[in-house]
Design a protein around this ligand. Structure first.
Ligand SMILES: [Zn+2]
Length: 566
């Protein structure tokens, strides 16, 4: 076949190719941070034919152009990342080169006039061996119109995002309709007489809108309205989460005291608030109070108020949380931190609905529902004599366990969307959402700090991501970047593929080997682990226990045993 010779030389593509990364053991292929899949031509060919049959040629054309546009936009980002110091021509040529790396087409640029300052853009190129021509010829033979829809969308998406203004490409001749070659011309949208194609890049097709709204309707019909109302602030679809919401719903309609248990950061306050909002007390106050955040000697005054002259400096009376929460709900977080006196006063509120402010003699009456929460084993605290048994039973009328995030992994994508939207709004910023690699890291992270940790990670990601860029793995979990690649991974280094035999995982076995090589006893190992956990947790026993997956009493027991030995 005769091919027109292009004088525009393409730079070396090794900087782009090194972003292709195969992880056969993980079942993933990466183009930088975006996950890709390998498709064969027969599969693409038959699905294209079916799509055209089902929705018609015109709608199919738009659909393929939009999909191409998305790929082009993603590759514009990769081009900027790969060639940060390149001149505009080399930066732009990364587009045709990535298109070639994707195996979709060979591009021969003929004209390249780029001048963003003057908003000038004129690009002409030929496409050789377009995959779309091949799949169309295989399925239907020569057609009456140009067929390189996906490629065309890509050219528009890439160019518009590199230049910073809207570029529209048109295919002026196409092998798919019997022409000698595929040739494209790209210009700013305003310079085309007929630029209607451009509009559907920014809006989805009516048929898709229709399907979408039908789907949304089906979803709404199937969901429980009460659940939505109470837990509109909570996000989750996993069965363990729904089960918990169900119980919380029941708690809301009862009048009983509720005891929420669960690790730090699982969202106990949000659930307490949900229960309050769905209860008959919803018109009145919801007061949240963290018992661990106030020094013990001020705690009583905060909860029950102070009478004028109660102590030096108490120049006037001040109401406490219980007075302010009258007829409403009070949420007492970390209830295990209450002093013995505060526990006695709280028990009196629960039994007699009355209390005395600090330094006062006059009894106050209050009607408050109590939702208590703890991330420690309250029963163990009762056994250890740190918490009153009678108070524990009064609080634990309706126990509700809030699962840690690692037990509801299915909810992570939903939570991520929710927090991305929240922080985009807060920082008035638009990102392209989370990259596939970032999502894959988020899904594999154990989340010891639960939803709060996830929320912080997403907030950091949104802050660090530039406008209209994807949130990368490094920005959400900076510590993860030093992770070892999977032993079976294959990378393309330059254009030469270097494959090596899978290396057996060494890391995980090495410390066990050390234990045997140095003839360490189990006691040695345990004391090393306990000491390290205490060090990492800044001597906080509960936190140290969590690091080793132990409850506070279980860890405290080992610590005591260790101290007795030394
Ligand atoms: Zn074509």
């Amino acid at each position: 076949m005769q091919e027109e010779q292009s004088d525009i030389a393409l730079p070396n593509a090794a900087d782009l190719a090194r972003h292709v990364h195969f992880s056969p053991n993980q079942g993933k292929i990466w183009l930088d941070e975006q996950r890709c899949v390998m498709q064969t031509m027969p599969a693409l060919s038959s699905s294209r034919h079916e799509i055209i049959q089902s929705i018609g040629t015109e709608r199919a054309r738009r659909l393929y152009m939009r999909a191409g546009y998305t790929n082009g936009k993603i590759d514009a980002e990769l081009a900027c990342k790969s060639r940060p110091n390149a001149n505009l021509t080399d930066l732009f040529l990364a587009g045709p080169q990535l298109h070639m790396l994707r195996g979709m087409v060979r591009v021969a640029p003929l004209v390249l006039e780029l001048d963003p300052a003057q908003k000038h853009f004129l690009v002409e190129a030929t496409w050789i061996d377009s995959y779309e021509v091949d799949i169309c010829l295989a399925e239907t033979g020569v057609l009456a119109w140009p067929v390189c829809w996906n490629l065309l969308g890509y050219a528009c998406g890439f160019s518009s995002n590199i230049m910073g203004f809207d570029i529209l490409f048109k295919e002026v001749s196409c092998r798919g309709k019997g022409d000698k070659e595929c040739r494209i011309i790209g210009k700013p949208v305003a310079e085309w007489d007929n630029a209607e194609d451009h509009h559907f890049f920014s809006s989805s097709d009516s048929l898709l809108d229709e399907l979408h709204s039908i789907q949304a309707q089906v979803y709404q019909n199937g969901s429980n309205e009460a659940d939505e109302q109470i837990f509109s602030t909570l996000v989750g679809e996993s069965s363990i989460f729904k089960e918990m919401c169900n119980l919380a719903n029941k708690a809301a309609t009862s009048r009983a005291s509720v005891l929420l248990t669960g690790e730090t950061g699982v969202g106990k306050e949000m659930i307490a608030k949900g229960i309050h909002l769905h209860s008959e007390r919803s018109e009145h106050a919801f007061i949240a109070f963290n018992c661990a955040a106030i020094p013990p000697d001020l705690l009583e005054a905060e909860l029950f108020g102070v009478e004028k002259g109660a102590y030096t400096g108490a120049t006037h009376s001040r109401p406490g949380r219980f007075e302010r929460a009258d007829k409403g709900t009070i949420f007492l977080d970390e209830v295990v931190e209450l002093s013995a006196r505060a526990q006695a006063s709280l028990l009196r509120v629960l039994q007699e609905r009355e209390f005395e402010p600090v330094g006062g003699t006059k009894i106050r009456r209050t009607d408050v529902r109590i939702i208590a929460a703890t991330n420690e084993d309250l029963e163990a605290a009762v056994k250890a004599g740190d918490f009153r048994a009678d108070l524990y039973y009064r609080l634990n009328v309706f126990p509700l366990h809030v699962p840690p995030l690692r037990e509801r992994h299915d909810d992570i994508p939903l939570l991520v969307d929710y927090f991305v939207e929240k922080y985009e709004k807060l920082y008035t910023k638009t990102t392209l959402g989370i990259s596939d690699k970032a999502m894959s890291w988020l899904l594999s992270h154990p989340w010891p700090g639960n939803i709060r940790e996830l929320e912080n990670a997403i907030e950091r990601g949104v802050i660090l991501t530039e406008e209209n860029r994807r949130i990368t793995a490094d920005s959400v979990l900076p510590g993860m970047s030093g992770r070892q690649p999977d032993p079976g991974d294959i990378e393309i280094d330059g254009l030469v593929q270097t494959t090596s035999d899978p290396v057996p995982p060494k890391e995980s076995g090495s410390w066990v080997d050390t234990v045997f090589e140095q003839s360490l006893s189990i006691d040695n190992v345990e004391s090393a682990l306990v000491n390290k956990a205490m060090e990492l947790a800044g001597n906080n026993v509960s936190k140290a226990g969590r690091l080793l997956g132990l409850s506070r009493p279980a860890f405290a027991y080992r610590l005591k045993k260790l101290q007795a030995r030394t």
